[in-house]
Design a binder for this molecule. Structure first.
Ligand code: AMP
Ligand code: ZN
Length: 475
């Protein structure tokens, strides 16, 4: 077993090794719960789910922690702009707590609909204010922070290797610094660890601290909660690629300054889902698509999972309705094959020795794909290879498919035929056409029977002739 994974820190694909034998400490940056997750965010969570499932499939016991950002994530990375949560509350005329509760629940429902396994530990930023203040105190004791009018800042100039993860050209950034940066920052890369409440208005969420009433800087929560739940060193930390240059870079600066140790062995990042002309789908831009919007258009959530798995996680994926349609068709084919195979396996006896060998060959392809930095397009191809292998006894094929599904996560073991509400008019038209076709066949008018079959297909209906007679279903 040799799982190879890309590490943003080294920019290389290397064989994964955990710090503690057999165990993986995994931290994934979670949602900012001021709005629904969009399908771009969900692409990142699907990638992380595949990673976690693959680690489990390869034999590691994973402890997975995910945070929920319910305070302090500003609309700008430059420590200016509004707190996203307060903005969401103002938009909807609700309390910040109501907003957080509502969108966190909506996020959990999205995870369930996409078959994404929940983390072992969910942790909310607002439940860990004391830990975050504790970190700022530790940074203060090391002389790494300074005070400005609007908050307490981390002095990145004091670190020799700041920006190592993103390979930042700090001098270049300094030269091109924007004028709208917070006044008084010593270095363009310095960031707030504690922000003060405005003097003239009350914030909805604020806490006392040794430096003044306010709220923690966004980057701090991940450092504080990862330390609390996973210890000073962890194996893998994930997020989307947008987190490399600022959020994860700052998490590293804070955490390693305090512990004096390398914090994370493997940094892994999912590439963007883009819309149209390569533009990243973003929550703050408006006009984004939610999973519910896909459902409202008639797509089944696992079809979106299939769509994401069709691209490698380190490649940008352009969202197009036609591509989603192809993924949905492929997923329906998979669903139907899985149901057929499950029924056949239940009725079938065990496979022969020959079949066993052929099957382990299939799994070898699949294993290679997973071990090759989670190459899901290849893994899907290996899965279809298995399903097309008609020589394999059903029991064997079904067992192999279930094994693959531990990584792919389509929930095939208990998958049911898709329930589509068919309107009564359509059903009546289809039944009438089927009766006409049966009559045409009886009269040996095959040209007419074919014509009717075409008409049925044009209604978006699949027709199958079975020993029990014609069976149809809406696609
Ligand atoms: P947020 O809720 O904005 O903090 O984002 C949640 C996760 O989605 C983070 O890991 C982001 O890096 C990731 N993300 C944001 N936009 C996209 C996108 N267009 N495609 C893929 N992942 C994204
Ligand atoms: Zn984070």
């Amino acid at each position: 077993m040799s799982l190879k994974l890309y590490n943003t820190l080294t920019r290389k694909v290397d064989e994964f090794r955990s710090i503690r034998p057999g165990e993986v400490a995994l931290y994934t940056c979670g949602p900012t719960v001021y709005n629904y997750a969009h399908i771009g965010n969900l692409r990142t969570y699907i990638f992380e789910d595949v990673l976690k499932r693959s680690l489990g499939w390869c034999g590691w016991k994973v402890k997975h922690v995910m945070n929920v950002t319910d305070v302090g994530h500003l609309t700008s990375d430059a420590d200016s702009g509004q707190d996203k949560m307060e903005k969401g509350a103002a938009r909807e005329g609700k309390s910040v707590w109501e907003i957080a509760g509502f969108y966190w629940q909506a996020f959990k429902e999205d995870l369930v609909r996409l078959n994404i396994l929940p983390p072992d530990v969910w942790c909310k930023a607002t439940d860990h204010i004391a830990e975050q203040i504790g970190m700022v105190k530790a940074l203060e004791a090391k002389g790494l922070i300074y005070r400005l009018e609007d908050g307490i800042y981390f002095d990145t100039g004091k670190l020799g290797d700041y920006g190592r993860l993103a390979r930042l050209d700090v001098a270049g950034l300094q030269a091109g610094a924007r004028v709208d940066l917070v006044q008084g920052k010593r270095n363009v890369t310095d960031f707030a660890v504690w922000k003060f409440s405005p003097k003239d208005s009350k914030r909805l969420m604020e806490w006392p601290s040794p430096w003044g009433v306010g709220f923690p800087g966004w980057h701090l929560e991940c450092s504080a909660m990862a330390l609390k739940y996973l210890g000073e060193q962890l194996d893998i930390h994930c997020g989307g690629v947008d987190h490399v240059a600022v959020h994860h870079t700052n998490e590293i600066a804070q955490t390693e300054s305090i512990t004096g140790k390398q914090w994370v062995s493997w940094w892994m990042h999912g590439e963007f889902l883009t819309m149209g002309e390569g533009a990243r789908m973003a929550k703050s831009e408006g006009g984004f698509l939610t999973l519910q919007a896909l459902i409202d258009k008639g797509y089944d959530p696992p079809a979106y999972r299939y769509f994401c798995l069709n691209a490698h996680y380190r490649q940008q994926l352009a969202f197009r309705w036609e591509s989603l349609d192809s993924a949905a068709t492929a997923f329906e084919r998979l669903r139907n094959r899985a149901i057929e195979l499950r029924q056949a396996a239940a009725a079938n006896s065990a496979g022969t020795a020959d079949a066993q060998t052929a099957s382990s060959g299939r799994l070898a392809d699949f294993r290679e794909a997973v071990e090759d930095d989670l190459n899901m397009p290849r893994a899907l191809a290996a899965m279809w290879g298995l399903l097309k292998n008609s020589k394999l006894p059903a029991r064997q094929a079904w067992a192999d498919l279930l094994d693959m599904d531990r990584v792919l996560g389509f929930g095939l073991e208990t998958i049911q035929p898709r329930k589509i509400e068919v309107d009564a008019d359509l059903a009546a038209r289809v039944e009438k056409l089927i009766a006409e076709r049966t009559a045409a066949k009886k009269e040996k008018n095959f040209a007419r029977a074919d014509e009717i079959r075409k008409q049925i297909a044009e209604l978006g209906v699949e027709l199958k002739d079975t020993p029990q007679g014609p069976v149809w279903r809406k696609l």
